[in-house]
Design a binder for this molecule. Sequence first.
Ligand code: PLP
Length: 434
Amino acid sequence: MNRDYLIKPLLGQHYPMISHGKGVYLFDKEGKRYIDGSSGAITVGIGHGVNEIIDVMTEQARQVSFVYRSQFTSEAAEKLAKKISDITQGDLNWTFFVNSGTEATETAMKLAIQHFQEKGIKGKNKILSRWMSYHGITIGALSMSGHPLRRQRFVPMLEDYPSVSPPYCYRCPLNLAFPSCDTACASELETAINRIGSEHIAAFIAEPIIGAAGGAIVPPHGYYQRVKEICEKNDILFIADEVMTGIGRTGKMFAMEHWGVQPDIVTLGKGMTSGYTPMAATIASDRVIEPIMKGSKLVMSGHTFSANPLSAAVSLAVIEYVEKHNLVKAAEEKGDYLKKKLEALQANSSIIGDVRGKGLLIGVELEGNVKSSSFIQNASNKGLLLYPSVAGRNGKEDSAFMIAPPLTITYEEIDELLQILSESLYELEAKQSG
Ligand code: PLP
């Protein structure tokens, strides 16, 4: 073909043509092998080409692939919703299925607003969020996202929801240090609420660990306890966006379990189907749904493909696979191993500034004006795939990346990943110094 018809992320750029995937490896049509160090977009939690999932997918497709949710429910969707209720914290018992993480956060936002409307409380229509966050790409989800580069072109259409500093201890936006700061970044939420007025605010949304807009930034101890306290005091719902962190990625089934704080609404995507089919979800507590149940009964959202039986069957099989193979524990143990090795690399490196994250969601921030995009390209040339993140004090610098391989990765494969990573590192360091 001498021209492109497909709009790819960068027009005019060459992308390798995928052939197939197996386990933690991807192979292109030219026969090159890549170790999938980012699970694609932090998605393929159980690895590529798992036959058990493909069998479930085939079986469900034989029975029925699609039904319209206003006409039928399906065993697949009912069972998955029950499973999600079983594995989530506390009374997070209600699930609304959508097709992307963006739709999940957009639904969460609308659900929070509807919750107060159905209670007869008028005017709670705003959502608060943090700078250095990413919650999705539609106008509503982007309004909540504190990602300057992704917002830039659409600012006139967006709401100013990001109002709070991120818990970014490595470069504290408040120029403080933990623990003497007393989590002042969490207290900023209260300042924002007081400025805007809690009577106008329905919810606060945050990624438990900041992903694309920070590179696996983990908040300090006590942060989420304080956030939850402030939300409760002001009658504001707390939405945890677990699209990237959910289903074992961080060494807990849901990342909020690290802090023992139960959100009112949780969003899920990516790893819930491990990318075998598209599906995402908005999960709400009994308390959130109760006024809607007593009121209109109609959650005002939905998509043609919502609760798609094929994706629901796949997601249930993926979650069962994660449980059966103890992949949550594996993420914790293998994450610790990988992180320790990275810290050892950092100790001898002039360009690794910070290594952070939990489980198999690990972020690396580079120093000395080294661009993470060049690092990622170099590693990809050598057969290692990594995930880019913006970082830096202004949340715009091309300076971080994430390492987030499938939770099924073996110790030998981690060593192979580290070998390629250190080769890329040494090359870039040599370039810097020479
Ligand atoms: N929320 C978080 C935390 C994400 O990381 C992403 C995607 O990276 C989204 C929402 C949007 O998900 P999607 O790309 O599936 O629309």
